[in-house]
Design a protein around this ligand. Structure first.
Ligand code: SF4
Ligand code: F3S
Length: 376
């Protein structure tokens, strides 16, 4: 990808803006029909579409013109881009991402300085109104000089690039909700994309970092339907963030039976019991980790023996100690309620519940019911 970008960013304008058919590009990259259809089936499944839609997705993707994508990176750790490029084997997802017309990417491009900025401006001008703007990282509001690119503050560059964007994809928890830069005391006055841009469709793809296949799934949806997917109340695609980690966790039967690991090396941990008492945020975290997993479907944090930290939720870094349980089931219901309230306040579960209570109170009810079940 780096090689390709290097060529693009040093190329004359007409070459930078040359587009092709996505199907042709994938074929030229050696992607088999079988692999491509498998990707389409996975995408349909993740978007909760019936199997009858798979041929439509395949047809739309194959014939899609390569959209121009401009990727801006602001206050971030590069984890979002690392996540996307760390596939150990070439996948259809990564090839689709490589096959879009990625006209500007701070982190991946070899070019720098005036040449790189000229490529960004040329892509923005020719594709005005049609390009996708991808942003990772937050923006410092307290002092724009804290983070600049080519002498342009993050806020100014975002506003300028947003003007001609058809839609914006905010990638990672920093771009979507401020993330770690916004953690208390928020020394730079970090803000998220939707704190600044209010007149464009914004798709939030949070996670620290986000799951690569979710990023490409959002792109696939846009290429297939020409529209942004249905979003939840905090701007996340429902297809990927519609269920909590806890709802789909393979350790859930242990939670329901009250079997918890108490330490990272006790018998419960060795037997794969629930990590709730070790601080797992799965019950209040909405993401696709438990279903799509990471590293080409190999595993996800809980499967590796570590509790979910809630990295796709707003303010996850300020939710209290990561290894403190949200609430503690006990034999005494009134004591359980006390622990639950105290634990929730301390660990930030209230944030998750409040976020959802605007449209859906089922999560709160569900956890409470389960605690009552545990008392039986
Ligand atoms: Fe899985 Fe965590 Fe829920 Fe336990 S609390 S079932 S480990 S998501
Ligand atoms: Fe993040 Fe939890 Fe998934 S910490 S990576 S949302 S399992």
């Amino acid at each position: 990808m780096t090689k390709d970008l290097s060529r693009k960013n040093g190329a004359p304008e007409q070459e930078v803006l040359k587009k092709g058919n996505l199907g042709d590009v994938l074929r030229s990259q050696g992607v088999s029909r079988r692999s491509f259809m498998k990707f389409c089936a996975t995408t349909a499944s993740m978007m909760a579409l019936p199997p009858s839609m798979i041929p439509m997705i395949a047809h739309a993707l194959e014939n899609a013109l390569r959209p121009s994508v401009i990727w801006l990176s602001f206050q971030e750790c590069t984890g979002c881009t690392e996540s996307l490029t760390r596939a150990h084997t070439p996948s259809v997802e990564s090839l689709i991402f490589e096959s879009i017309s990625l006209d500007y990417h701070h982190t991946l491009q070899a070019a720098a300085g005036h040449g790189a900025e000229a490529a960004r401006e040329a892509a923005m001008e020719v594709n005005f109104g049609n390009y996708l703007l991808v942003v990772d990282g937050s923006m410092p509001l307290d002092n724009p000089g804290y983070s600049t690119i080519a002498g342009i503050s993050n806020i100014d560059m975002l506003k300028e690039a947003a003007k001609g964007a058809a839609a914006i994809i905010a990638v990672g928890t920093c771009a979507t909700y401020g993330g770690i830069p916004r953690a208390k005391p928020n020394p730079t006055g970090a803000v998220s994309v939707n704190d600044i841009i209010t007149d464009k469709p914004i798709i939030n793809v949070p996670g620290c970092p986000p799951i690569p296949v979710v990023i490409t799934g959002v792109l696939a949806h846009y290429l297939t339907f020409g529209s942004i997917p249905e979003l939840d109340h905090i701007g996340r695609p429902k297809a990927f963030y519609g269920q909590s980690i806890h709802d789909r966790c393979y350790r859930r039967p242990f939670y329901d039976k009250g079997q918890f690991a108490e330490t990272f090396d006790d018998e419960g941990a060795r037997k794969g019991w629930c990590l709730f008492k070790l601080g797992c945020r799965g019950p209040t975290t909405y993401n696709a980790c438990a279903t799509t997993k990471w590293n080409n479907g190999t595993s996800f944090p809980i499967e590796s023996g570590h509790p979910c930290l809630g990295c796709s939720e707003p303010d996850f870094w300020d939710g209290g100690g990561f290894y403190r349980a949200l609430s503690m089931p006990t034999d005494n219901l009134s004591q359980t309620a006390v622990y639950a309230a105290a634990g929730a306040a301390a660990a930030g579960v209230a944030i998750g519940v409040m976020n959802r209570s605007k449209k859906n109170t089922s999560n709160k009810i569900h956890v409470k019911t389960t605690l009552e079940d545990l008392k039986k």
